[in-house]
Design a protein around this ligand. Structure first.
Ligand SMILES: Cc1cc2nc3c(=O)[nH]c(=O)nc-3n(C[C@H](O)[C@H](O)[C@H](O)COP(=O)(O)O)c2cc1C
Length: 193
């Protein structure tokens, strides 16, 4: 089949996020005047090495976006299979001011370079200072860009100097309500290696 998004896809559900899959998940923690906040965002990726920068996108004016606008900082917590259920729980649309750490039973710790909470047991956390919020085409679509100012790596995920995915099994988003869990890794050298 072929469709032009402007004309609609004619399918029961929009296939866009099933096409662009799997996507990593930023479990974004923020702090605002209303308290601490935690929510997953799969429109997420790294966009530069030096200085290290990441992006995530908010489709709607959500608490995370508001807190980043208020404070200029956020933390990206990486999700392993052990915390998949809690991650999903924190995606509930709860009233502003609800602390999703408490609601989902997620232990928090304090960031070191920014005034922001982080997920204590996360395999990795990126402390980020917002660089730019880009207003995207459409209604209430925003891309938040941040510079990574601090990196936490869980000690048991470091094996022979490498951050080892097989120690925590990254969870990634597919389309619909589907996820995939990384359980295997295969090395492939480049021609120049
Ligand atoms: C795995 C997963 C990925 C999500 N990715 C996004 C995303 O990229 N952008 C977005 O706006 N919402 C996304 N959501 C929905 C938000 O998590 C949800 O709207 C949440 O309530 C926002 O919380 P907040 O208002 O505390 O920021 C995602 C939900 C799940 C479960």
């Amino acid at each position: 089949m072929f469709y032009r998004p402007a004309d609609g896809h004619g399918l029961p559900h929009n296939p866009l996020t099933a096409i662009i899959a799997p996507r990593p998940i930023a479990w974004v923690s923020t702090r605002g005047a209303a308290g601490d906040n935690l929510a997953p965002y799969s429109f997420f990726n790294a966009v530069a090495y030096s200085p290290p920068q990441v992006m995530f996108a908010s489709n709607g004016v959500k608490d995370t976006l508001r807190n980043v606008q208020e404070t200029g900082v956020f933390a990206v917590n990486i999700v392993g299979v052990a915390m998949m259920a809690e991650m999903s729980e924190t995606s509930a649309e709860l009233p502003r001011g609800t602390d999703e750490f408490a609601a989902a039973g997620v232990a928090r710790a304090e960031c070191q370079t920014i005034g922001c909470p982080r997920v204590d047991a996360a395999p990795a956390t990126l402390e980020c200072r917002m660089v730019q919020i880009v207003t995207l085409k459409g209604r209430d679509n925003f891309m938040i860009l941040g510079e990574v100012t601090g990196v936490h790596l869980r000690e048991d995920c470091l094996v022979d100097g490498r951050f080892d995915a097989t120690r925590y099994h990254p969870v990634a988003r597919m389309g619909y309500r589907d996820y995939t869990i990384v359980r295997g890794v295969q090395e492939l050298l480049r021609p120049d290696d």
